[in-house]
Design a protein around this ligand. Structure first.
Ligand code: HEM
Length: 424
């Protein structure tokens, strides 16, 4: 039987995070899918397992790999601990991304929530950076070459790319300095920044009186505890249990010790960066690793500040038409992106037709035009034929960006084999 004072302690803890009373509709699972809460839980799991891993890990080029092997093979529950940390980290990237998608499509980023969208974007950056810095720590062939590829990508940025790549690596190539730098960011700087910005994020959710629900669904409020608290505790237990089971059966990858002079046949970036690596195979690096990401980041920052004619807070996809537009945009982008990848890889060498011209034109401007002119045509169709308003156009554009990235990430991760050739 559960002790009543324990019940009270759990309720009290959760009431720091939630208002005392809450709209009944805000408790519905389909409102948030619990994604923000699961992300917070995963962060706590990562913090605790990370602290334990530190007892076994040696942050040096000579010792790192052997310490991981020893942890897995000799220390009691060592392998399980590593797996649990690894899979929680991967899940945090997925869950944070889905949470971003949820708040965007459920119109939860406007009015007093605008700032929280920006803090959310920052958190997304911190989640990915934490994952990426942790990726190098096993110091095996997989992690060494993945980080080499990604940091090389930075050096393609015009003007300051090389300096930035050297700053990130702490050296001209990935070496022991990089390992030490990543270790310090991964176990010190980034967790601290995340705690700080997560606190602001939660406080802003509280300040906005909890999660967004449509005004039509507002009703008499109910007590947060027990209604919401029990659901959250149950969800947390399920997530922990599933992750533990998964970690028991599936091992985190570990290849041979890093060999800086022997690159594998097809080195790949971590899966969440594969969209960029795929893009690099079709478009000039200045576009793939700088101009396009910069454009997307700026666009995401301004989304909540665009002057819309109407905002339907809490309404999924804004309107029935918005739902239809999201669906059509997703289908169009999937087909179009796959088609272009196939055409570029197997059929046409458009750049070759203009071989006398500068590379930035044949491999940059031209492929970008091949992609963006039809996309512009599609958005024009959505505007004219479907009579989309400004919000629906933004929804369509975000869908195009998200789906294009996911498709490229999947193609890069799953459909490329030796020499980065397409495999079917
Ligand atoms: C470590 C990462 C993150 C954690 C732990 C986190 C946590 C949370 C929690 C617990 C909530 C309230 C409940 C819920 O909506 O599920 C929330 C709401 C919110 N989050 Fe996050 N979040 C994270 C990342 C992000 C990202 C990447 C974005 C978007 C760029 C974002 C934007 C928002 C917004 C706008 C709200 C308010 C939603 C509403 O009022 O309905 N968050 N977050």
């Amino acid at each position: 039987m559960k002790h009543p004072s324990m019940d009270r302690a759990i309720s009290k803890f959760f009431l720091h995070l939630h208002p005392k009373k809450i709209e009944p509709k805000a408790i519905l699972f389909t409102r948030t899918f619990g994604l923000g809460g699961i992300a917070a839980l995963l962060f706590v799991i990562l913090f605790i397992t990370g602290m334990l891993l530190r007892f076994a890990y040696v942050p040096s080029g000579v010792g790192a790999y052997d310490s991981i092997v020893r942890l897995q093979d000799e220390l009691i529950f060592g392998r399980m601990l590593r797996n649990f940390h690894y899979w929680s980290a991967m899940l945090l990237v997925v869950v944070s991304f889905l949470h971003l998608v949820r708040v965007f499509y459920s119109q939860a980023i406007y009015f007093q929530r605008r700032k929280n969208w920006l803090y959310g974007l920052l958190l997304m950056f911190l989640v990915v950076s934490s994952n990426f810095t942790g990726y190098l720590l096993p110091w095996d062939q997989l992690s060494f070459w993945a980080v080499t590829i990604m940091t090389n990508m930075l050096s393609y940025i015009p003007f300051f790319g090389n300096s930035l790549a050297n700053l990130v690596r702490g050296s001209k190539v990935v070496d022991e300095q990089t390992l030490l730098r990543f270790y310090n960011f991964h176990t010190g700087v980034l967790p601290l920044l995340m705690v700080f910005f997560m606190s602001i994020h939660f406080w802003l959710v509280r300040k906005a009186r909890g999660v967004t629900i449509p005004s039509s669904e507002k009703a008499e409020k109910v007590d947060t505890s027990p209604h919401l608290v029990y659901k959250e505790v149950l969800a947390a237990l399920i997530v922990v249990l599933v992750l533990l089971l998964f970690s028991f059966f599936v091992n985190a990858p570990l290849l041979d010790k890093a060999k800086p002079l022997v690159s594998p046949n097809h080195s790949k970036a971590p899966w969440y960066f594969m969209g960029f690596q795929e893009l690099l195979m079709h478009i000039h690096p200045a576009f793939a690793s700088f101009l396009l990401p910069l454009f997307v980041i700026l666009f995401f920052i301004i989304i909540p500040y665009v002057p819309y004619h109407q905002i339907n807070e809490g309404v999924w996809f804004y309107s029935e038409k918005g739902k239809k537009i999201t669906f059509i945009s997703a289908i169009f982008t999937t087909v179009f992106t796959l088609l272009l990848i196939l055409i570029d890889d197997l059929l046409l060498d458009i750049g070759g037709w203009f071989s006398g011209l500068p590379v930035i034109f044949t491999e940059g401007v031209l492929p970008v035009l091949c992609y963006f002119v039809p996309i512009g045509g599609f958005i024009f169709y959505v505007r004219k034929k479907l009579k989309a308003d400004r919000m629906e156009l933004v929804i369509s554009s975000v869908t195009i960006i998200l789906v294009a990235y996911v498709v490229m990430m999947l193609v890069g991760s799953l459909l490329r084999g030796e020499g980065m050739q397409l495999i079917f």
